[in-house]
Design a protein around this ligand. Structure first.
Ligand code: M6R
Length: 599
C-alpha cells in the first residue's frame, strides 16, 4: 500500500504537482502524509499524521521548489504518528517507500552496531540507514543501490533524494509498483499512472530489481548489475480519468448507482448474440478452474463457482490468494487459474499468479485496471469496464467481475452443449436489459434507509444463504463491516445450528437471500429457526414469500446468471445507509486502503 509521488523540473514549482499526486494516491493509504524537497541547497521535510489536506495547509505557499518526493502512508511498521510517517531521512539519504522490508530487524541491529541511531519504528528508516551506510562506504550511488538490492528482503518501491545531489531523484523497485512519467523539462515518479496524468500520459514501467536516475530532462533505468536498459515508453490509453463525486455525497453511493452502466459496458461485447458470446475464451479443455483473489474479488469468484459447477459442469475451486500462495496447488495443464482483481496490484494475488506462471500453467485474469502489474503478468486478460473505483468498499468493480464471470460460465455451458440455444438467447436478452432491471431496484432507497435505521445501533448482524446466496451473504457482510464498523458474520444457512446459532438473541438482525428455487425452502426453514430465538429477519428473494416476522425485499425473477447482480444491490445500499447513520467516513474507512500492495 502507500502512495509515492516525485517530480523534478527545470523551473516549474512542483509542490502542487506532488500534492495533486498524493490526493490521487490517497486510495493506497491515508494514515499520514509527508513531503521532502530540496530548496536553495537545504533539505526540507514536512510530515503530518492525517490526510493530504492537512499536509497541504502546511506547505501550499511554498514556491520555487523544483525537486521533491512525497508519500501517503498505510502503516505496516509502527503506529500511525508523525515520527513513523515518511519521508525518512538518515544522514545523506531521504526516502519514501511502499512495501515491507522483511529483514529489517537484522539490518537494524547491524546498523546500530555501526553507530546508527533510529527515531521511528518504521522499516523504511532502516532502508534509509542502509542506503546511507553503503553510500558513505562506496561513495558511488550505483554500487550503493546494487548492494542494497542484494541485501534487502521483502518488497519495495523507493524514491530517494541525496542531500549532495539536488538535481536527481533515484528510484528502486521490487514487488511494489512504480512508474516514471516523462514530461518536457520535467519528469515524474508515481506508484500509479493516474497520479501524474494531469501532466503527462507518457511513462516507463519499472520492473523488479531495476533502478533509475531521474533529472528534469533525463531518465536512465538500470538492471540490478548497473547495465543501462532500453525500456518501452508507454502511453496511457484509458479514458475514464474522472474522479469527481458530482452531486453525490460519497463516491460509494455514486459507484453503486453507476452499476447499471458499468455492468452493461463490461459484458457489452459478448451479449448481442451467440457469436458474440463465443468471443470469450474457450475453457472446455480444462477439467478444473481455480479462481484466486482477495476480499470482494474472491467473493465474486465464489458466485462464479456456483455458475461454473452448476451450469457448465466444470469443477471450480476458489482460493484466497494469501492462502493459495503457500499451499500445494495440484496444478497441471488441465487446470485454468483465473485471477480476479480490481486494482491489478494486490500483492497476494500477484504472488499467487507468479506461482502459477512458474508452474507453466494457463492463467486468465478479470482485471479492472489496464497495464496494472497483474494484467501485465497474465497470459490472457478480460477487462471489467467499471471505470475508476474510488471508494475503498468495492461495489461496481464487484458486479462487473460477477457479470464477466457469469457470461464466461454461460459460454462454457453453451460450448459443452449443456444449455439450449433458445435458453441462451433468453439469458442474453436479459443481460441486454440489465440496466433497467437494476435501476428499478436501486430506486427503492426508502426501503434500504428504513432497514438501516433498524440496524445501525446493533453490534452483531448475521448474513446467511445457501450455495450462491452464501457467496452473496459473504459480500453483504463484508460491505457492512468495512464501512459501518458493525460486527457481522456470513454463515452458510444450514451451518448455523452447528454452533453459531448460540449468538442469536432477541432482535439480532439476520439477513438472508433465497434466490435458488431448489433450496429456498431450506433457507426459509433456517430463518424460522432463528426467528424462534428472537432474530429479526430480512430476506432478499425473487419468490412470493409471505412469512410472519420476515421482511421481504423483492427482486425480479431473472436467470441465475443475472440474479447475483440484483441480490447484492440491497446489501450494498443497506450497508451504505447504515454507515451514513453512524457518521462513518464511508469512502475512507478506518485502517483500510484501496490497493493492498503488501502481503
Ligand atoms: O484490487 P483487488 O480487487 O485485488 O482488491 C482485493 C481486495 O483488497 C478488495 O476487494 C477489498 O476486499 C475491498 N475493500 C472490499 O470492499
Amino acid at each position: 500500500m502507500c502512495g509515492i509521488v516525485g517530480s523534478v523540473s527545470s523551473k516549474t514549482n512542483i509542490i502542487s504537482i506532488l500534492l495533486d499526486g498524493l490526493k490521487t494516491l490517497e486510495y493506497r493509504g491515508y494514515d499520514s502524509a509527508g513531503i521532502s524537497y530540496i530548496k536553495d541547497g537545504n533539505l526540507i521535510i514536512n510530515k503530518v499524521k492525517g490526510r493530504v489536506k492537512d499536509l497541504e495547509d502546511n506547505i501550499k505557499k511554498e514556491s520555487n521548489v523544483t525537486i521533491g518526493i512525497a508519500h501517503t502512508r498505510w502503516a505496516t511498521h509502527g503506529k500511525v504518528n508523525e515520527t513513523n510517517a515518511h519521508p525518512h531521512n538518515v544522514g545523506n539519504v531521504t526516502i519514501v517507500h511502499n512495501g515491507i522490508i522483511e529483514n529489517f530487524s537484522k539490518l537494524k541491529h547491524k546498523l546500530k552496531e555501526k553507530g546508527y541511531e533510529f527515531k521511528s519504528q518504521s522499516d523504511t528508516e532502516i532502508a534509509a540507514g542502509l542506503l546511507d551506510y553503503y553510500y558513505k562506504k562506496y561513495k558511488n550511488i550505483d554500487k550503493t543501490i546494487q548492494k542494497f538490492i542484494k541485501k534487502v528482503d521483502g518488497s519495495y518501491a523507493i524514491c530517494m533524494l541525496l542531500n549532495n545531489d539536488p538535481d536527481t531523484i533515484y528510484v528502486i523497485k521490487k514487488d511494489s509498483p512504480l512508474i516514471i512519467g516523462k514530461g518536457e523539462n520535467i519528469n515524474f515518479i508515481a506508484s500509479d499512472v493516474p497520479a501524474i496524468l494531469k501532466y503527462t500520459k507518457k511513462y516507463y514501467i519499472l520492473e523488479d530489481y531495476e533502478y533509475g536516475k531521474i533529472t528534469c530532462n533525463n531518465i536512465t533505468i538500470y538492471d540490478k548489475d548497473g547495465n543501462v536498459l532500453k525500456k518501452d515508453l508507454k502511453e496511457y490509453q484509458g479514458s475514464d480519468l474522472s474522479s469527481d463525486k458530482g452531486i453525490y455525497e460519497h463516491y460509494m453511493l455514486k459507484e453503486i448507482l453507476e452499476q447499471p452502466s458499468t455492468i452493461r459496458k463490461t459484458v457489452n461485447p459478448y451479449i448481442n448474440n451467440i457469436q458474440d458470446l463465443l468471443k470469450l475464451p474457450d475453457l472446455t479443455k480444462y477439467e478444473r478452474i481455480d479462481i484466486i483473489a482477495c476480499g470482494t474479488a474472491m467473493h465474486a469468484g465464489l458466485a462464479a463457482k456456483y455458475l461454473f459447477e452448476q451450469y457448465s459442469n466444470t469443477k471450480c475451486e476458489v482460493s484466497l490468494a494469501s492462502e493459495y500462495r503457500y499451499q500445494n496447488n495440484f496444478l497441471n495443464n488441465k487446470v485454468l487459474s483465473i485471477f480476479i482483481s480490481q486494482s491489478g496490484e494486490t500483492a497476494d494475488t500477484l504472488a499467487a499468479l507468479k506461482k502459477v506462471k512458474e508452474a507453466k500453467c494457463d492463467t486468465l485474469g478479470i482485471v479492472n485496471v489496464k497495464e496494472s502489474s497483474i494484467a501485465r503478468t497474465l497470459d490472457k486478460v478480460l477487462y471489467t469496464e467499471a471505470g475508476t473505483e474510488i471508494a475503498v468498499a468495492s461495489t461496481k468493480a464487484y458486479t462487473s467481475q460477477v457479470a464477466l464471470l457469469s457470461v464466461l460460465a454461460l459460454s462454457n455451458a453453451y460450448r459443452k452443449n449443456l444449455i439450449k440455444e433458445e435458453k441462451i438467447n433468453k439469458i442474453l436478452e436479459e443481460f441486454r436489459s440489465v440496466s433497467s432491471i437494476l435501476n428499478s431496484l436501486l430506486e427503492s432507497t426508502n426501503t434500504y434507509e428504513k432497514i438501516a435505521k433498524e440496524i445501525y445501533q446493533k453490534s452483531d448482524i448475521f448474513y446467511i444463504g445457501r450455495t450462491i446466496d452464501y457467496a452473496l451473504a459473504m459480500e453483504g457482510s463484508l460491505k457492512l463491516k468495512e464501512i459501518s464498523y458493525i460486527h457481522s458474520e456470513a454463515y452458510a444457512a444450514g451451518e448455523l445450528k452447528h454452533g453459531t446459532i448460540s449468538l442469536i438473541t432477541e432482535n439480532t438482525p439476520v439477513f438472508a437471500s433465497a434466490t435458488d428455487k431448489h433450496i429456498n425452502a431450506k433457507t426459509i426453514s433456517n430463518l424460522k429457526e432463528v426467528i424462534s430465538r428472537g432474530a429479526k429477519c430480512y430476506l432478499i428473494t425473487d419468490e412470493d414469500i409471505k412469512e410472519d416476522n420476515i421482511k421481504v425485499i423483492k427482486i425480479k425473477k431473472v436467470s441465475m446468471f443475472i440474479k447475483p447482480l440484483l441480490t447484492i444491490i440491497p446489501y450494498q445500499l443497506i450497508a451504505y445507509y447504515t454507515a451514513k447513520l453512524k457518521g462513518c467516513d464511508i469512502d475512507k474507512p478506518r485502517n483500510l486502503a484501496k490497493s493492498v500492495t503488501v502481503e
